[in-house]
Design a protein around this ligand. Structure first.
Ligand code: ATP
Length: 322
């Protein structure tokens, strides 16, 4: 491998910058040239890229977001567009592409490799931690800690006004963020897509806690779920059962901010490992982590299998948090 390109795609995640830095510094160390592609696959198909130097990634390790910008690019879902993307890379003498993003972005990378032979390595960059084959994703730890800080503040208000708050966290179809945030915040309840939401039970438990004098206020963490508007619908249903919860949607706050030490180390290791894998002839894989060990995961598996919430974690969480 003599020349590689790197892009960030899909929703941004804190830690994408240290991952870019890891790839660039490790590649330059091995005498490999690196091109930075702007705005994900949109920049790739419009040939918007420039060589990166060691100093181009100076002073970014602590910054949230991505210096390369990110985008969603519908056109990249078309095979002919991917074929022209491969031509663009070949015309510049680029042998391999490193993609940092969620499962959609990694699907695009896999198809590019299969159809055109361009070598690809993926890095799991998403706050949702919903990628198969890896215990952890770049940005998850930061998002959990950011949401936690917000909930600690909301609890002050909930307690002062003796109210319950439904706090919605991100995670789409997956309850990873909600379980972790709920546990860490000492939430009274955690509602995740992996378990049916029983309005009557929730309402009865809130009323019982109030009668017993143990629960005049509290935090109910709600995973956003696949359909928007879930938390407002729940609040309305609880109102119809005599409760009066307030709603707080944490939203994009969870995606921003300086990455935690954990995410910076994870991203740096994964970035450097992507270059090692390329040097060793690997392609069409994602760099993952399992039981604390960095490993390679076939991109095909990421597309084929869905990552479920650890049943033991869910069970333990529900013993404590209802
Ligand atoms: P996150 O879930 O964290 O937002 P993601 O990478 O899953 O990240 P998506 O919006 O699903 O986000 O995908 C990002 C981009 O990846 C898409 O805009 C598109 O360019 C590319 N992509 C997604 N799915 C495919 C696919 N099936 N085929 C080709 N390219 C795809």
């Amino acid at each position: 491998v003599r020349s590689i390109a790197i892009l960030t795609s899909g929703g941004d995640a804190p830690g994408m910058n240290p991952a870019i830095r890891g790839v660039v510094r490790a590649a330059l160390h091995q005498g490999i040239e690196v091109f930075g592609i702007n705005r994900g696959y949109s920049g790739l198909i419009s040939d918007d890229m420039a060589p990166m130097s060691s100093s181009s990634v100076s002073n970014i390790v602590q910054r949230g977001g991505t210096i390369l910008k990110s985008d969603r690019c519908e056109a990249f879902k078309k095979p002919d567009v991917r074929a022209s993307a491969a031509e663009i890379l070949r015309a510049r003498g680029i042998d391999a592409l490193v993609v940092i993003g969620g499962d959609g972005s990694l699907t695009g990378a896999h198809l590019l490799q299969q159809e055109t032979g361009i070598e690809v390595i993926g890095l799991p960059g998403t706050i949702d931690n919903d990628i198969f084959g890896t215990d952890d994703t770049i940005g998850f730890d930061t998002a959990v800690n950011t949401a936690l800080e917000a909930i600690d503040r909301i609890r002050d208000t909930a307690s002062s006004h003796e109210r319950h708050f439904l706090v919605e966290v991100m995670g789409r179809a997956s309850g990873f963020i909600a379980i972790h945030v709920g546990m860490a915040a000492g939430a009274e309840m955690i509602l995740v897509p992996e378990r049916a939401i029983e309005i009557e039970r929730i309402s009865e438990e809130l009323a019982a806690a109030r009668r017993a004098g143990t629960g005049s206020s509290g935090i109910i963490v709600v995973a956003e779920g696949p359909e928007p508007g879930l938390t407002y619908r729940l609040a309305q249903q609880l109102k119809e059962h005599g409760q009066d919860p307030r709603v707080c949607i944490l939203g994009h706050i969870q995606r921003g901010g300086s990455p935690t030490g954990h995410d910076r180390v994870l991203a740096t290791c994964m970035g450097a490992m992507a270059v090692s894998y390329l040097g060793a002839g690997y392609s069409d894989i994602m760099v993952g982590v399992r039981d604390g060990q960095i490993l390679d995961v076939p991109l095909e598996d990421i597309i084929r299998f869905r990552k479920g919430l650890d049943p033991t974690l869910l069970e333990l969480a529900l013993q404590v948090h209802r």
